[in-house]
Each structure stands twice: as structure tokens, then as C-alpha cells.
Write a protein that binds this ligand. Structure first.
Ligand code: GRF
Length: 222
């Protein structure tokens, strides 16, 4: 579904489970008149997610679909699917959404559901990703926006951002540095998807236009 700036904005539903700072960065970016997507709804699977009242205060439709109220993953996803269709979702953006999706649900949204993970995938999947990076002793960390697949933190990579790991880093200081990068990366990756500039070929993303310079990131700096 290629889109151009002149077309109407792509309708995006953001799924969260907690704090929602990445959702907030998408909402803030989408305020720009020329941003090609609008956040039509924020859905949380946890009633206590801090992002929900924040989104409601921005006059965005919010919904809590508590997974604990459903007997099975499929039943939860059926309710989620109903909410997504009702909101006219064209793109689903997971932002700290802590539920694995079944293969059936993933297949339905195969080319329309994206996620952000705070590591340079395919390294350091799952929880405690910053602890994993520190334990591995890498000098460069980062974050990844990717299409969602049934396997956790897998799927065609749309965009990545890298940050240095510094000698005194703890998981908390590294997480903060990566999170700042996430808040810039996710809006720019969603923009590419909303504009139809991403094509999945052999489970890899081809961008219609590469916008990179050739500067490498050195850590430590040379
Ligand atoms: C982010 O680091 C995101 O990459 C990961 O979980 C965290 C969620 O943070 N999937 P927030 O809820 O967006 O503030």
C-alpha cells in the first residue's frame, strides 16, 4: 500500500504494556502536519500501564484489554483483533508490549506490525538485553525496529541506531542512552513504513531509498 505525502495519513494503533515512552515519541512525531501517520488508538494489555492516562490526556482513544481476563492467547488476540479493526488500524506499532503473539495473529499482520527492541538485533533478544550486552563486553549497543514474527524479537529489520557502551556503564545508564536513541529511531522507522518505502523480500527489508552517509561509528572514537 504505497503512500505519498499528499495521501491521507496511515492509521496507527500503538500497543503498550507499561511506561509508554516510545508510544509518546510516536504521538509527538505524529503531531507534525507532514508526518505520514496518525496515532488513532493506544491499547494496553495491562490496566496499570502509565502510558494509558497520558494518551487519554492527549485525546487519543485508549483501551485496556487485560490478557488475564481471557482463557487463552487466541481469545485475547480475538478481542485485540476486533479493537484493531474497529479503529481502522493500517499499521500496528508495538512499544514495550510484553506479550508474544501467536503465529496466526502474526500472519494476519505480517506486513503491517512492527516492534522496537533495545538491542542491535539479532544480538541480545528477550529480557535483560542491556545486562546481556554488558556481559558480552560489546563496545557498541543500540536499538532495532523490525517487523514482528512469531519468534520473540525476530523479523525483518527496518532500521537500527547505535550508541557507544562506556566503561562505567551499568544496565541503567546504558538503557537510558539506548532509550534516547529509541525515541528518535521509532518515529523515523514508522515514517518509512507509513510512506510505503519498506518492502520485505526474503524476510529482509529493502528500502526504496537509502539515506545513509558512509560514516562508521567508532567506539572508542578514533
Ligand atoms: C523499550 O526499551 C522498548 O524498546 C522495549 O521495552 C521498553 C519499553 O519502554 N521493548 P517504554 O514503555 O516505551 O517507555
Amino acid at each position: 500500500m504505497p503512500k505519498h505525502m499528499a495521501d491521507k495519513k496511515a492509521k496507527v494503533v500503538v500497543l503498550i504494556s507499561g511506561r509508554g515512552s516510545n508510544m509518546m515519541s510516536l504521538v509527538e512525531a505524529a503531531r507534525a502536519r507532514d508526518y505520514p501517520a496518525e496515532i488513532v488508538s493506544v491499547i494496553s494489555n495491562r490496566p496499570d500501564a502509565a502510558g494509558v492516562p497520558w494518551a487519554a490526556a492527549q485525546s487519543i482513544a485508549t483501551e485496556v484489554i487485560d490478557h488475564k481476563a481471557f482463557k487463552s492467547r487466541e481469545a485475547f488476540e480475538a478481542e485485540l483483533e476486533t479493537a484493531l479493526v474497529a479503529s481502522g488500524a493500517e499499521i500496528v506499532a508495538l512499544a514495550g508490549f510484553m506479550r508474544l503473539m501467536t503465529p496466526g495473529f502474526v500472519a494476519r499482520w505480517q506486513t503491517r506490525m512492527i516492534n522496537i527492541h533495545p538491542s542491535l538485533l539479532p544480538n541480545f533478544k528477550g529480557l535483560h538485553t542491556h545486562e546481556q550486552a554488558l556481559a558480552a563486553g560489546v563496545k557498541i549497543a543500540g536499538c532495532t525496529v523490525h517487523y514482528v514474527r512469531a519468534e520473540m524479537d525476530a523479523g525483518p529489520i527496518i532500521a537500527q541506531a547505535a550508541v557507544p557502551v562506556l566503561s562505567g556503564d551499568t544496565a541503567a545508564t546504558l538503557a537510558a542512552r539506548v532509550l534516547a536513541a529509541e525515541h528518535r529511531l521509532y518515529p523515523s522507522a514508522l515514517r518509512l513504513v507509513a510512506l510505503g518505502r519498506t518492502r520485505i523480500v526474503d524476510e529482509k527489508v529493502i528500502l526504496s531509498e537509502d539515506v545513509n552517509d558512509s560514516l562508521p561509528l567508532f567506539s572508542p572514537r578514533v
